[in-house]
Design a protein around this ligand. Structure first.
Ligand SMILES: C[S@@+](CC[C@H](N)C(=O)[O-])C[C@H]1O[C@@H](n2cnc3c(N)ncnc32)[C@H](O)[C@@H]1O
Length: 184
């Protein structure tokens, strides 16, 4: 709540993602995930999706959460001392992953509030994500809105195929998980 009051557009919601949403994100990320590939989590916040990814079977060595906010990053380090946690900007993901020698990426799971972000920032984030994914790799993103959280024109340009999950009514606010698979 304190961080939302300070930076509402970057935090997106006053409540952490629910367990049901975390489970749905993890299930979607694990579907078709290449063996021994890395799952990158963008905007890990207080770690609710991080926890769900670990509970769903993503090995600690294969999970790399990224968080921009210094205090939340420090909190995550205390909470998940054996994870490789990166502090940095999701809009500079390719550079961040190269700098920390993170490869090969199989899926990117995002808790970022894309709908609240300016168009050019969303474009930078999704373009960077598409560039680190292999063909068949997926971006998994939740949204509270009725439409895709990534504009269709950007999806077409980046060869990302969207599919929409069911709405999770027990999350506050109710959320939908989208999967964007890189076609080539
Ligand atoms: C909706 S919150 C994430 C909630 C998280 N899944 C949870 O349940 O606690 C969004 C998070 O994205 C982070 N964030 C916002 N912009 C970012 C960026 N450009 N790069 C990395 N993280 C960012 C915020 O600091 C915040 O922790």
């Amino acid at each position: 709540m304190k961080r939302w009051l300070r930076r509402p557009l970057g935090i997106g919601s006053v409540t952490p993602s629910s367990q049901a949403l975390g489970r749905a994100m993890a299930r979607t990320a694990l579907a078709g995930l290449p063996a021994d590939s890395i799952v990158v989590e963008l905007g890990a916040g207080t770690g609710s999706i991080t926890r769900a990814l670990l509970a769903a079977g993503v090995p600690e060595r294969s999970l790399v959460p990224v968080e921009l906010d210094g205090e939340l990053h420090a909190y995550l380090q205390r909470t998940f001392p054996s994870l490789r946690l990166l502090q940095g900007d999701a809009a500079r993901l390719p550079d961040l992953l190269v700098a920390h020698n993170v490869a090969p990426v199989g899926a990117v799971v995002s808790g970022l509030p894309l709908l609240a972000m300016p168009g050019p920032v969303v474009e930078a984030i999704v373009t960077g994500v598409a560039s680190v994914l292999p063909p068949g790799g997926a971006l998994v993103q939740f949204t509270y809105g009725p439409k895709s959280p990534v504009p269709p024109e950007l999806l077409r340009r980046l060869h990302l195929e969207p599919s929409r999950g069911r709405r999770i009514w027990t999350n506050l606010p109710p959320a939908v998980v989208w999967r964007f698979v890189r076609q080539r």
